[in-house]
Design a protein around this ligand. Sequence first.
Ligand code: NAP
Length: 436
Amino acid sequence: MRQIAIIGSGPAGYYTAEAAQKQWGDDVHVDIFDCLPVPYGLIRFGVAPDHQSIKGVSRRYEATALADNVRFVGNVLVGRDVTIGELEELYDAVILATGAPHDRKAGLPGEDLANIFGSAAFVGWYNGHPNFAELEPDLGGGTAVVIGNGNVALDVVRILAKTRDEFHGSDIVSHAIDALDGSSIRKIVVLGRRGPHQIAMTPKELGELGHLTRATPRVDPADLPAESEDSTLEPGQRKSVTHLRQFAAIAEADRSAKPVEIEFDFFAAPKALIGNGAVEAVEVERTRLENDKAVGTGETYVVPASLVVVCIGYQTSPIPDVPFDDRAGRFANEEGRIRPGLYCVGWARRGPTGTIGTNRPDGFAIVEKVAADIGEGSGKPGAAGFDRLAEARKLAVVEFHDWQRIDEAEVRRAREGSPREKFVAIQDMIAAAGKG
Ligand code: NAP
């Protein structure tokens, strides 16, 4: 019997568990650890609350979670409650699937002014992550600046722009929908350091900005390359650029019908965040492209900003005693192998790129490597050994059936039109699990 520990219960974790089941059938036991009492990581805390169909993938993970030889070991923080070294002693393979939950810093002067948030914090706030539930962004000013031209920037822009009614059917948490309902933001500036052809936004998500109740996107036609150049783009990117062209063509009369404007500012690299206590403006340098890279032109200007959300990508959280690649922001690894018996998968292996589905082949690939390395397993104690350790340390482990009680309680307390009202405090989750 092989004993496998997977650290992290997001997409990479569950796809890896699914791959382990396919690889070894009943000849494996998988423990999936999570520092929170609730599973699914990015699906619960990263995917936008108004993208419920994407969140539906968790039903597939549930099928894996309910198998007899797979166990959810929630509310256990690796590095605090148990060390990596202890897990390596207990299990034939330890696979880090911890994702990339931390913001990459932009390294800008003034980044520590109030009302500037990284996307992990801001997204965590509206998705009810316990670490960010108390964020209290001030939405009382007039202009928000969102830095970055990726899908996370798009999520943040859309959430800032939507009306209460447009959140019908979403699981946005009450503290966020109430705050957004009272928002005074009337202009959202999206800063991209490169141009329309270089955006990292996918067409479906970008297209949504064209259908908002109270907001209209604005693109300066002068920023768009000649239409003939779109033929050089791959089809998805071409569709995204077509959306930008449609936004550039919106007539002023149609624009004025809606009170909120989403302005795309391309070739615009942030240089500094300016303010006195709280942020008031962003200093921006105009750029041009050289070999596809943004190069400053020396021309600068100032964009007023009462709120700034920096959406420039994520990094993995280091774990004591695990080699880390600081520059890449993920564990140092060779195609998923960190050292004998220790592996990484998903964003923790390759950095924060690709779709949720990209993690499935990643999970299957790492299990193939583990299979080649560990053979039949070496009789390690695995789950039973961890249980002894958990008992000795009095850890309040939350298992999958406990999570199902939390889940039911969240569904029961949902406001009208919402699938659930998430608990945002760990102690409330544990109480709902009946473990308080
Ligand atoms: P991303 O796709 O890597 O985009 C990051 C953006 O930040 C890029 O536009 C990048 O510009 C810009 N940037 C990086 N460093 C910068 C700096 N120092 N100054 C200014 N701009 C900077 O990252 P993401 O948006 O965080 O998304 C992460 C992953 O999750 C992606 O694979 C994304 O597609 C996925 N995701 C998908 C969905 C969805 O499908 N609905 C939703 C959310 C996230 P350059 O290109 O110039 O580097």
